[in-house]
Design a protein around this ligand. Structure first.
Ligand code: FAD
Length: 572
């Protein structure tokens, strides 16, 4: 006999999106069970301690969530969320920023900063900036019946209200480079912003996603937030607060519980079946109201549902979804001495500490060379170390009272992240970067690239490097196909109403009632924009009478209800 258990909602996967959804639903008074395959929750928001006293971040590092309604709605401060800075302190919009190129440092100009402030609505005030971010990420896609145009796309409405001079129909066709060419000044600044977008969300060179790309960078960079790594305990510390919020409201988490099958009966998802060796006594977990998959879209449809319940054409389109969003190779450096910049990269006082860098940001030519290699030819990089683009946070960016390395006389810097082909598409095979010699070659390549700006990376100083390839990231995290933070390609075809397929963009699965999607690979806007997937999904669950949140809830002002359904606007 198979033991069974029953909850209102069953969620597959305790990564960031499964857990934030659990927090929202448990706070709405539902009984929620979250099933996680790994022994630990957190998914890609993980901090690891590979040797005692040394903390590293194998995936998430930066807080992309400044404008999320979830900070207020889930009240994360009650559950231990802390920052390294006081949010009441103003962060100046100044030109005291330098960009790393092969020739040395390029200073950001007044025109750069003012142009950036204009297009990101910062000049129009805090509310305008927050609204632009929320309109872009924290708002569910419109219903399929609504024909999108320049008057109803949420971010266009924000420009119209706060920055009418920026508003033009062409915004919907532009690349982020086109937009920056109109408003900014120096090439290295533009290239840096486009590179941050490339490694954070919609790509800086893709047509039609200029605003989502610009917002991907604006939501994580100063002055919008004081510093990207301000969450105490890193992004896993933030995850702890989410997890505590969910459990304090009654959600149940079960680890070492891989879901093998989503049970579908008469066209309705009624629960899940766990693998026989899972640690939960019950092997069938029933869902009275909904099953939510916060696991990868391909895994969800191809493995956990399978062809019996799905149209063959639909399944083929799921198989064909492109994961060519690029992946990140991460590395950390444990040294005896602190890093020293080479002479031409020494910052003028008082900014003479190594806080990290973006290199090599000198030109679009370099940007496209990297893009061609990573997203075009999809092979191990054929660039020279001084041409490779990367970003890095350094030890001194963390709060000194909460250092990443507590070993006396030792320092950890990192991660350094470099965009590389997604393993599934590497022309030399899935493990092209992971074969024994290749891995060493990669580590040396990244070290050589970092050594372009840091002068003491020699063997005498370097104690150890910790590297983490995209394939390693997949091994650490069963939900992370492609080792990618977005899990799919980040162009117009897979954004907002198109993501991941137009008929799935409002999180429902046509033909299977009671089944919803909440993974970074299956939902708008995907990874990074913290709590956005859960917040957007809540609108849909309210419409479907699954969730009935209290008066702490507010819907996105730009959300359009599905015709014939209950509205998520002020329904309480
Ligand atoms: C290299 C890298 C750098 C990143 N940097 C940042 C950053 O700086 N800031 C930031 O905010 N984000 C960052 N991210 C993205 C962030 O990690 C993701 O956005 C986030 O992890 C997505 O959460 P998720 O819940 O959708 O998916 P995941 O984190 O993938 O979680 C899915 C969970 O589901 C579980 N699971 C899968 N299948 C099953 C099953 N059948 N049964 C049970 N459990 C299952 C998995 O084990 C996993 O725990 C980065 C990601 C990567 C790869």
């Amino acid at each position: 006999m198979t033991l069974e258990d029953t909850f209102d909602v069953v969620i597959i996967g305790a990564g960031h999106n499964g857990t934030s959804t659990a927090a929202y639903l448990a706070k709405s008074g539902l009984s929620v069970c979250v099933l996680e395959e790994r022994p630990e929750c957190g998914g890609g928001q993980e901090t690891a301690e590979p040797i005692a006293g040394v903390r590293i971040q194998p995936h998430a590092i930066a807080n992309y969530g400044g404008s999320a309604p979830g900070w207020e709605q889930l009240e994360l401060w009650r559950y231990g969320f802390r920052m390294d800075w006081d949010p009441r302190d103003t962060v100046e919009l100044n030109t005291d920023r330098y960009i790393f190129t092969r020739d040395g440092l390029s200073k950001v100009t007044e025109k750069d900063m003012m142009g950036w402030a204009k297009i990101s609505c910062m000049l129009a005030g805090n509310d305008a900036f927050r609204d632009l971010m929320r309109a872009t990420f924290w708002c569910p896609p419109h219903p399929a019946e609504v024909e999108l145009d320049e008057y109803n796309i949420p971010f266009m409405q924000v420009y119209k209200q706060y920055e009418p001079e920026v508003w033009t129909r062409e915004l919907l066709e532009m690349t982020m480079f086109d937009l920056m060419d109109e408003y900014l000044d120096t090439e290295p600044f533009k290239v840096t912003q486009a590179y941050i977008a490339l490694s954070s969300g919609a790509h800086g060179h893709m047509e039609g996603v200029a605003i989502p790309a610009m917002c991907s960078s604006a939501t994580v960079m100063p002055p919008a937030i004081a510093k990207p790594v301000a969450a105490r305990g890193n992004m896993h510390g933030y995850f702890h607060a989410l997890f505590r919020c969910a459990t304090a409201n009654g959600a149940v988490f079960r680890t070492c519980c891989p879901v093998e099958e989503i049970i579908i009966s008469n066209g309705r998802a009624t629960g899940v079946r766990l693998r026989d060796d899972s640690t939960y006594g019950a092997k069938v977990i029933n869902a009275r109201k909904a099953v939510i998959s916060a696991s990868h879209i391909k895994h969800t449809f191809l493995n956990m549902i399978g062809p019996r319940h799905l149209d063959a054409g639909f399944l083929q389109r799921i198989s064909d979804l492109s994961l060519k969003g690029g992946s990140l190779f991460m590395s950390h450096y444990l040294t005896k001495e602190e890093f020293r910049y080479r002479e031409k990269y020494r910052l003028p006082p008082p900014n003479d500490q190594f806080t990290g860098a973006f290199f090599n940001m000198e030109s679009r030519e370099i940007y496209f060379k990297n893009v061609e290699n990573v997203l075009g030819r999809q092979e191990n990089l054929t660039l020279s170390p001084d041409e490779a683009m990367w970003g890095m946070v350094a030890a001194s960016l963390y709060d000194p009272t909460n250092p990443q390395c507590t070993r006396p006389g030792q320092h950890i810097n990192g991660p350094l992240w470099m965009m590389v082909p997604t393993p599934e598409y590497n022309v030399d095979g899935m493990d092209a970067m992971d074969k024994e010699n290749e891995k060493q070659r990669w580590a040396e390549f990244m070290r050589a690239s970092l050594a372009c700006i840091v002068e003491n990376l020699d063997d005498d100083n370097l104690i150890r490097m910790f590297t983490d390839s995209p394939f390693d990231q997949e091994m650490r995290n069963t939900g992370m196909l492609g080792g990618s933070w977005y899990g799919i390609r980040c162009d117009r075809d897979q954004w907002w109403n198109e993501r991941p397929l137009p008929e799935l963009s409002r999180n429902r699965v046509p033909g299977i009632e009671g089944l919803y999607l909440a993974h970074q690979s299956s939902s708008h806007p995907g990874g990074l924009c913290l709590m956005a997937v859960a917040y957007n999904l809540m609108h849909i669950l309210i419409e479907d009478e699954v969730a009935e949140p209290g008066d702490w809830w507010y819907a996105s002002p730009w959300y359009i209800p599905t015709p014939g359904k209950r509205s998520a606007h002020g329904w309480t």
